[in-house]
Design a protein around this ligand. Structure first.
Ligand SMILES: *[C@@H]1O[C@H](CO)[C@@H](O)[C@H](O)[C@H]1NC(C)=O
Ligand SMILES: *[C@@H]1O[C@H](CO)[C@@H](O)[C@H](O)[C@H]1NC(C)=O
Ligand SMILES: *[C@@H]1O[C@H](CO)[C@@H](O)[C@H](O)[C@H]1NC(C)=O
Ligand SMILES: *[C@@H]1O[C@H](CO)[C@@H](O)[C@H](O)[C@H]1NC(C)=O
Ligand SMILES: *[C@@H]1O[C@H](CO)[C@@H](O)[C@H](O)[C@H]1NC(C)=O
Ligand SMILES: *[C@@H]1O[C@H](CO)[C@@H](O)[C@H](O)[C@H]1NC(C)=O
Ligand SMILES: *[C@@H]1O[C@H](CO)[C@@H](O)[C@H](O)[C@H]1NC(C)=O
Ligand SMILES: *[C@@H]1O[C@H](CO)[C@@H](O)[C@H](O)[C@H]1NC(C)=O
Ligand SMILES: *[C@@H]1O[C@H](CO)[C@@H](O)[C@H](O)[C@H]1NC(C)=O
Length: 803
């Protein structure tokens, strides 16, 4: 496979030409497809057969690498002889043309979760040419691979690569299989299997292993995992390249297993600092100084090994300082570090281009000093590095950093952290700022991109952002959202359109600088100190929800509609969680026992309603995530480990809740067995304190919640459904019928009581407690909670509490 591609390189490069209309074509001209036109054409035809099995013969595809407009990539769509004829510069532009035609001429819709492909009997006539604005359309965050793709099989990848191509992304990370490459490199450098095993983390945490944030957590990786991911990576890379898309491979960033210190005692390497309080056992690998000879040796070996396995398109991602600062402020040193990193790439591949995530320039105060940033960025020849301006929709850095001191950058929308599910976005910002950034004086912007940490949320905002690849001016957002509703649901519906107009002006009009992390009362660890915050008017969102439900007779057969009805109902319940939490805490503080009982019933009911609506749609099922994880395993021991990885990532995120709730999912199953039990426990304790007039001990309560509910969830092996249960519309309507969700000022006096959960502590949980306090055990009077090796809490347990 690797050799096959190398041959293609030799033959094809001289035949192709650069798109000179784009900036930096002298240094980046070679970062383009190396695939024959007929291969690209075939790939697009196959894609069309997968999307429209019965109508693919109505489309014809021509790939013509000299078909450009003003030296820019372009596509033409023309109806001729009863066929839709697409001519495009590359396969990916042709696939984008196909999607453009479906969206804008057939009112069809293809998203991550659902498709709507009811095309007209006779395909509409068309004759247009669309030019792509920039040389690059980038896709992925280094974390997406862990939050969204980690358990995917080839079928899921194939579908997703089709989506990537249809949305014009021509510059994408190809990150699978790299630990298998590292295994070989480490062996060559003298590490034993034990050295490697204590370093490589489990599948769900590989992104942070790769950035040097942690090591070993959730691991080790088996040979069967390596085989599986190598096999996948071969297929992914092959398919991506068939479309004419350029792959970005990882490069060596400097982080190495602890064993390096033993094996190479004379090399200058420093232990990484602790990341998010991870205990020593799972953090702090060594970092080889990039100015060291050993850095060159390792970096070169790693790239050579990858090239021999996968071939290369000459683009390499490398982030040495993600959420970690270089620890040395000397400007010459910073420049030498940059040079060292780049040299290791070019010594293996002289045509290498360094792709750098610019997250550090925002997240780390170290880089507030412009001279440091300049030394680092200009250490590499201009145009040999591409910076991903990682969260341009909220914290753009290109202006502050003076257009990256001349280095080209890509304008990226990050939007989502941890793959959490709240509905929000900045439609207004992405609609205007991308265009302004491109047109700015001396702009070095060379592309647009998506850098979400997790997919499968807020598709609407990604659909809008993706169109910036070709839009020359801002769109009328009212018009755009109206059309979105029609495309997604397959027909016009005034109630649905009204709902989307309201969402555009509320959830999707965020333009502040608050750091949105998908954290709400329902998804947070219980506490009396949560301060809910929002920028939109809840009542308006409730009105949108009401209106969307009114569309149910008309749209009941639309998968997109059913998905969104679940999502918006979820959002309304999430908002109600914030609203009723504040009321509940107030009555608790006022010791208003009567009012507290009513509000507690409503508050607990929110979780039960949340669970039942989520269970009706397959995009919101814990069962799918867990079964997918288990299906990657080769034996029962590994199955257990992978399930643990899957459960831990979306809850505790670390052995002791180091990044608790960061990647939490509002999924059926998670609500039932994680979010609800912990809040129910908390409410129980508040009630207990009111009823028996005893002091409420919050640290104690949180400690108990950790030991009784949060941690045990990660070790449990319960099986969750992968099939939906319940009727979405019926359940949404019954939730709407509970007047208190939309009229939050009026709490009814009579509420159906929710049976109190059985709070007998199961045996397996008792074990958890004993482990933390072997002297006193369950039922004692004190409890110790540890984080890593340090004791963080001493708690007093009231015996009667469990009686
Ligand atoms: C394709 O055509 C077959 C036979 O006419 C039909 O049964 C099937 O439903 C069609 N599939 C789609 C996706 O339209
Ligand atoms: C490719 O496109 C160029 C520019 O539009 C055109 O001159 C040329 O004839 C096309 N080649 C083929 C084989 O269609
Ligand atoms: C699974 O493990 C068995 C036994 O260890 C091995 O023979 C087999 O090749 C493995 N399967 C994969 C896919 O690696
Ligand atoms: C060793 O590496 C550290 C960090 O990478 C660097 O700050 C320091 O200057 C280096 N020391 C020497 C003697 O090169
Ligand atoms: C653009 O570049 C020119 C030439 O280097 C410089 O004089 C000018 O100040 C720059 N403009 C901005 C806005 O940085
Ligand atoms: C919305 O759809 C109408 C009718 O198809 C079309 O004319 C208009 O350009 C579309 N607007 C946007 C912003 O896509
Ligand atoms: C919120 O929206 C509702 C419905 O449009 C309106 O009556 C109310 O005044 C708004 N509240 C605020 C604080 O703007
Ligand atoms: C509060 O405790 C009382 C007495 O045990 C019980 O009757 C009531 O249902 C509890 N309320 C809640 C909200 O747990
Ligand atoms: C609750 O306890 C406090 C302190 O122990 C005491 O001062 C107060 O009178 C008690 N209230 C009731 C209603 O028993």
């Amino acid at each position: 496979m690797g050799h096959y591609l190398m041959i293609l390189v030799l033959i094809l490069v001289p035949l192709d030409r650069c798109y000179n209309g784009y900036k930096f074509s002298d240094t980046l001209g070679h970062i383009k497809t190396q695939t024959f036109a007929n291969v690209q054409q075939r790939a697009v035809q196959d894609l069309i057969s997968r999307i429209l099995p019965n109508r693919s013969s109505e489309f014809s595809i021509t790939i013509n690498s000299t078909f450009t407009v003003d030296d820019r990539e372009a596509f033409q769509i023309k109806k001729l002889n009863d066929k839709i004829q697409i001519t495009a510069t590359t396969g990916v532009t042709a696939a984008s043309a196909f999607n453009y035609y479906l969206k804008y001429h057939c009112h069809a819709h293809i998203s991550w979760e659902v498709s709507q492909l009811a095309l007209p009997q006779i395909l509409p006539a068309v004759d247009i040419v669309i030019t792509l604005n920039d040389r690059f359309r980038y896709y992925q965050n280094v974390c997406t691979t862990s939050y969204s793709f980690v358990w995917w099989n080839w079928q899921q990848w194939e579908k997703h690569i089709d989506w990537i191509a249809m949305n014009s992304f021509n510059f994408v990370l190809a990150f699978n299989g790299q630990e298998a490459i590292w295994q070989r490199v480490y062996e060559k450098l003298g590490l034993s299997q034990d050295d490697i095993d204590e370093h490589l983390s489990g599948p769900a945490f590989l992104s942070w292993l790769r950035m040097g944030n942690l090591r070993g957590w959730g691991g080790p990786l088996s040979q069967s995992w390596h085989q599986r991911s190598l096999h996948l990576q071969h297929k992914i890379v092959e398919r991506i390249r068939q479309f004419g898309i350029v792959t970005i491979l990882p490069a060596f960033a400097g982080h190495v297993p602890r064993a390096f210190k033993r094996l190479y005692p004379d090399t200058n390497m420093t232990k990484m600092s602790i990341w998010n309080q991870f205990p020593d056992k799972y953090c702090c690998p060594y970092f080889i100084d990039p100015t060291e000879e050993l850095f060159q040796t390792v970096g070169k070996l790693f790239i050579e090994e990858q090239i021999s396995e996968f071939g290369t398109d000459h683009a390499y991602n490398c982030d040495s300082f993600n959420e970690m600062d270089p620890g040395n402020t000397d400007l010459t040193y910073l420049s030498n570090v940059g040079k060292g990193i780049y040299k290791a790439m070019t010594s293996a591949d002289p045509k290498a281009i360094w792709v750098l995530q610019g997250w550090m320039f925002y997240s780390d105060a170290f880089w507030n000093d412009l001279n440091r940033a300049q030394s680092f960025l200009t250490s590499v020849p201009t145009g040999k590095m591409i910076v991903l301006d990682l969260q341009s929709e909220e914290f753009p850095q290109f202006t502050r950093l003076n257009q990256y001191f001349g280095q080209p950058y890509i304008w990226c929308m990050l939007h989502n952290f941890g793959g959490t599910l709240a509905m929000y976005g900045s439609a207004g910002v992405i609609n205007t700022d991308v265009i302004e950034a491109r047109a700015a004086e001396n702009s070095t912007m060379i592309g647009t991109g998506l850098t979400m940490e997790g997919i499968n949320q807020n598709y609407v905002i990604y659909d809008l952002m993706t169109e910036q690849a070709w839009r020359k001016e801002s769109v009328d957002l009212s018009d755009w959202f109206r059309n979105y509703s029609r495309r997604r649901y397959g027909r016009k519906d005034e109630h649905a359109e009204f709902a989307w107009q309201v969402l555009k002006d509320t959830l999707y009009n965020f333009n502040g600088i608050e750091r949105l992390r998908g954290q709400f009362v329902v998804t947070k660890t219980p506490s009396l100190n949560i301060v809910p915050w929002t920028w939109y008017n809840y009542t308006e969102v409730f009105n949108a929800w009401n209106s969307l439900i009114l569309a149910s007779d008309n749209l009941k057969n639309s998968p997109g509609y059913l998905h969104d009805l679940v999502d918006l109902t979820r959002q309304v319940l999430q908002d109600n969680g914030d609203i009723y939490y504040e009321k509940l805490v107030k009555t608790f503080r006022n010791k208003d026992l009567i009012e507290f009982q009513k509000l507690a019933t409503i508050f607990r009911g929110i979780f039960l309603d949340l669970e039942s609506i989520l269970a009706t749609n397959e995009a919101f099922l814990l069962g799918k995530w867990l079964e997918a994880a288990k299906s990657c395993a080769n034996n029962t021991k590994e199955e257990k480990l992978f399930e643990y990885n899957a459960r831990n990532q979306i809850t505790l995120w670390g052995p002791w809740g180091e990044i608790m709730n960061y990647a939490i999912k509002q999924w059926s199953g998670v609500v039932k067995d994680f979010l609800y039990p912990r809040w129910d426990e908390f409410v129980y304790a508040l009630n207990f304190s009111l009823v028996y007039n005893v002091t409420f001990n919050q640290p104690l309560e949180q400690g108990l919640i950790f030991l009784l509910y949060e941690e045990p969830f990660t070790f449990a092996r319960d099986i969750y459904p992968t099939e939906v249960r319940g009727d979405t519309i019926q359940i949404a309507k019954s939730i709407l019928a509970r007047s208190w969700y939309t009229n939050t000022e009026f709490v009814p006096t009579t509420l159906k009581t929710i049976p109190v959960r059985n709070r007998k502590i199961p045996k397996k949980y008792q074990k958890g407690i004993k482990r933390c306090n072997s002297n006193k055990g369950f039922g004692g009077t004190s409890l110790e909670v540890r984080r890593g090796s340090s004791k963080i809490r001493d708690l007093n347990v009231m015996d009667y509490y469990f009686s």
